[in-house]
Design a protein around this ligand. Structure first.
Ligand SMILES: [Zn+2]
Length: 51
């Protein structure tokens, strides 16, 4: 597992950001909806467990 720069989804309703390339939720974000940075969101629970 590897930590990556924070990213989040631009999709409405998104409330978390991801920072691990093993996060299935983060990996499910379509490329066109993926934005860098935290977006002001808390870290995703799955990423918290991975890090
Ligand atoms: Zn995540």
């Amino acid at each position: 597992m590897a930590k990556v720069a924070p990213f989040h989804s631009k999709k409405p309703g998104t409330s978390v950001y991801h920072d691990n390339n093993q996060c299935t939720e983060g990996n499910n974000i379509e490329k066109e909806n993926r934005a860098s940075g935290t977006g002001g969101h808390p870290k995703c629970d799955h990423c918290k467990r991975l890090s």
